[in-house]
Design a protein around this ligand. Structure first.
Ligand code: ZN
Length: 447
């Protein structure tokens, strides 16, 4: 499916949210796509001969949504993580299931997740694959990603079985080298590195992973849960803009300064943070400290593959935190004053476009609708019940749902048109999910 030859596309008459500071919003905008990239953005653009014309009138055109942290192998386990109480519950009831996943299960799970995410307007995802139990687990995950046409930063997990972390380290490092050499630089599926967690792997193993990642030029990410780990990495000289911490809820102010100083972001996974009972104020603290936030769905066993919901919840969390801080300082009733409130609706769309593109190491060519950028685009219907008043980015963050995703374009190829996937079939994804459930859980799905 990735072999589909992109032809010129001209999207006409949409409300274009370019997310580019120079281009801004364009009320009745046209976007010309030639090959994999955006050629022109403006109004009343001329169509090249043989271009496909896409009528964007009455719709909002946004950059494809980018998820900076999801464990795609968990998609068939949808529902199992709901209602769990904190990390120990999760590590007892969900995480051990990874050992029951065979390479075939990884393939089916990644295919099902990628299909659903594309359908929901998520054109790029960082797949934090912490289930590389054998080399074939990684190979089958990548093979599935190559079938969907989604752009994937396949972040190879260094965290395998806890008792064999050190023993398994050499073959994992060797496979990372091999995969890095095999995936072409213009391939939709790129390689990243999901580091071992410092509390399990220790600094020496993690240092080796970071050094390999830097030698190969791979974007890297890691789960950051216990306190003081960012400082530990900083003091070891290992932090960098190519290293994306996830959660980081307990980061101290000096650690946020370290991240900001090296241009690093954080990935905030609001429903995952709720489920883990983690400190939610990190998102506002990071934003105010100049650390670039992006959003992730994290665990599909608990969270729907829906970035619109993550935008909405994140905004409410940020505003709630600011309101709480105002009350604690005795200010009542709430009133605006310089710097408060800090979170604005449009920030949410930035988190899942411009910022998330940086998080996956592609800020120079993803996350904006601008000439030269890769043509990953989503047209959103505004539905029969009228567009929001005010900022159209707020409409996307507060009113849109996956049901509004009309058209999805990745790498200049239309993957969804007028509400229907073009080359993928929803039922294939559903069958893949059922197969995993039968093999891993021994259950037959009701539906
Ligand atoms: Zn995670």
């Amino acid at each position: 499916m990735n072999s589909a030859t992109p032809r010129a596309l001209l999207i006409k008459g949409a409300l274009v949210l370019t997310m580019d500071s120079a281009l801004g919003d364009i009320a009745h905008g046209d976007v010309l796509v030639e090959g994999k990239r955006i050629a022109q953005v403006g109004a009343a653009l001329a169509a090249p001969p043989d271009a496909e014309i896409i009528d964007g009138r009455g719709m909002i055109l946004i950059p494809g949504l980018i998820d900076s942290h999801t464990h795609m192998w968990q998609a068939p386990l949808k529902g199992l993580g709901v209602g769990l109480w904190g990390t120990p519950d999760y590590q007892k009831h969900v995480f051990p299931l990874r050992e029951k996943f065979t390479p075939v299960d990884m393939h089916d799970a990644c295919f099902a997740a990628g299909t659903e995410m594309l359908d929901n307007g998520i054109t790029t995802v960082l797949d934090f694959c912490h289930n590389t139990m054998t080399p074939a687990h990684a190979e089958e995950s990548i093979a599935a990603h190559q079938r969907t046409g989604q752009r994937v930063l396949f972040s190879y997990g260094m965290l395998g079985g806890f008792s064999t972390l050190a023993a398994d380290h050499p073959w994992r490092l060797a496979q990372v080298r091999e995969l890095a050499a095999g995936l072409g630089s213009d391939s939709l599926v790129q390689l990243g590195l999901a580091l071992g967690s410092l509390e399990y792997s220790g600094l020496d193993l993690v240092r080796t992973e970071i050094e390999l990642g830097r030698a190969l030029g791979l974007p890297m990410t890691f789960h950051q849960n216990p306190p003081a780990q960012i400082r530990q990495l900083g003091e070891a000289g290992l932090l960098g803009g190519d290293l994306l911490p996830v959660h980081a809820n307990l980061a101290a102010d000096d650690e946020l300064e370290m991240l900001a100083a090296c241009g690093a972001g954080i990935s905030f996974t609001v429903e995952g943070e709720f489920g883990g009972g983690r400190a939610m104020n990190i998102i506002g603290r990071a934003h105010r400290a100049g650390v670039t936030p992006s959003l992730g769905i994290d665990i599909p066993s608990r969270v729907a593959l829906d970035l619109f919901a993550q935008m909405r919840l994140t905004f409410q969390v940020m505003r709630a935190e600011e309101a709480l801080a105002e009350r604690i300082t005795g200010r009542w009733p709430l009133a605006r004053h310089p710097g408060t409130p800090h979170a604005e609706p449009r920030h949410m769309l930035e988190y899942v476009t411009v910022n998330a593109a940086r998080a996956v190491g592609r800020g120079h060519e993803l996350g904006r609708i601008a000439p030269g950028f890769l043509a990953d685009l989503v047209l959103l219907s505004t539905g029969p019940y009228s567009m929001s008043l005010g900022d159209p980015a707020a409409h996307v963050a507060f009113q849109s749902t996956p049901a509004d995703v009309d058209t999805v374009i990745v790498d200049g190829v239309v993957r969804k048109r007028e509400g229907r996937l073009t080359a993928l079939d929803r039922s294939d994804a559903a069958h893949a999910t059922r197969r995993v459930r039968e093999r891993v859980l021994g259950v037959r799905s009701v539906a």
